[in-house]
Structure formats: structure tokens, C-alpha cells
Design a protein around this ligand. Structure first.
Ligand code: AR6
Length: 173
């Protein structure tokens, strides 16, 4: 585990985290997909999809919140990251906005602990180190002016992602 007081990276499965909210790397439909999205829907149960159907989708770079149903987490924040298209299509800013919007929703709802997956770095193809720098920078900046959120956990599914987060956290925190 690599940690500061408030921000840490662990290797594991985000569906098993006992935090107030977990973030889902969703798509514009919010109706499920592969990767972490599939894992979260499977673990939360069918009521999650029912609630998602009522949300009317979500723009890239934005996030919407639902209950967590059968998850340990009380809430799921569904964030839609950008598909990587070479880096000149506003991908960096859209990814940064995903983290900011998720944190804003968390703060507005008095969420004290939140876990993020490595949004956009799987099926959406965003280069891992570049995405990690954006994730860590946005979280660090947000926590500098928010007193509500006490802990942010980056949950890395695979070793490569975990090693990357460890290195970037050491460098940027
Ligand atoms: N816990 C934590 N991280 C996970 C888990 C898990 N249980 N499962 C996978 N990951 P991806 P994206 C990691 O592809 O790139 C879906 O179809 C994974 O190893 O889930 O944002 C959506 O519906 C990777 O490091 O999300 C969208 O259509 C990270 O989560 C699209 O994929 C993100 O990989 C979104 O693509």
C-alpha cells in the first residue's frame, strides 16, 4: 500500500471496498458494459441497472450518482471518461473533469471516503501514466480546498496499474 494521510493506492477489486462511495468507469448510456462497469453491476445486483435506466445517460467528462444496493459502498458515482483518440481531442481535460465532478458529487453528499478505478485506462485506451498523473493531480487539488472528504483510495486491479500509481503518488504528493 502506498499512502499519504488522505490519498492512497491499493491493489484490489473496487466492488469489495468498504467506503461510502465507489466510482464506476461507465459509458454514456450508463446501462453497463465490460470491465469495472460489469463487475460493479454484477456485485450491486439488478436494482442498480433499474436506477441507471432512469438517469437518461451521462455526458463524457460528467458523473451521476446512484445507490450502491448490494455493494458495501452506499453510493456509486458513475463517471464517463473519454475514449483515447490520440490526445488532441480534449481527452486530458475530459478525464480531469470526470475526477472533479465525481469529487464534487461526493462533497455535496457528505461522502467521507471514495474509491476510484483507473478511469479510461482499460477498454477506452487512455495511456496509463498520463491518466494516472491527471487522476492524482485532480484529487490532490480538490482535497486542498475540501474539508469534507477524508479519504480517497485508488483501487488498482492489476500490478502494472498499481506500480504506476505508487510511482506517481510518490512523485506528486
Ligand atoms: N476493480 C477495480 N478496477 C477494475 C476492476 C475491478 N473490479 N475491473 C477492471 N478494473 P475499464 P474504461 C480496471 O475498461 O477504460 C466499459 O465497457 C481495469 O483493469 O473498466 O474507462 C464501460 O461500460 C482498468 O485498469 O474502463 C465503458 O464502455 C480500469 O478498471 C468502458 O468499459 C478501467 O478499465 C469504459 O472503459
Amino acid at each position: 500500500m502506498t499512502s499519504s494521510k488522505k490519498i492512497l493506492a491499493i491493489q484490489g477489486d473496487i466492488t469489495q471496498q468498504a467506503v461510502d462511495a465507489i466510482v464506476n468507469a461507465a459509458n454514456n448510456s450508463l446501462l453497463g458494459g465490460g470491465g469495472v462497469d460489469r463487475a460493479i453491476h454484477r456485485a450491486a445486483g439488478g436494482q442498480l441497472l433499474e436506477e441507471c435506466r432512469r438517469l437518461g445517460g451521462c455526458a463524457t467528462g460528467d458523473a451521476k450518482m446512484t445507490k450502491g444496493y448490494r455493494l458495501l459502498a452506499k453510493w456509486v458515482i458513475h463517471a464517463v471518461g473519454p475514449v483515447w483518440r490520440g490526445g488532441n481531442q480534449g481527452e486530458d481535460e475530459l478525464l480531469a473533469r470526470c475526477y472533479r465532478r465525481s469529487l464534487e458529487l461526493a462533497a455535496e453528499n457528505d461522502i467521507k471516503s471514495i474509491a476510484f478505478p483507473a478511469i479510461s485506462t482499460g477498454i477506452y485506451g487512455f495511456p496509463l501514466e498520463r491518466a494516472t498523473r491527471i487522476a492524482v493531480t485532480e484529487v490532490k487539488q480538490f482535497l486542498q480546498h475540501s474539508s469534507c472528504i477524508e479519504q480517497v483510495i485508488f483501487v488498482c486491479f492489476d500490478t502494472r496499474t498499481y506500480e504506476c500509481y505508487k510511482q506517481v503518488l510518490l512523485e506528486l504528493l
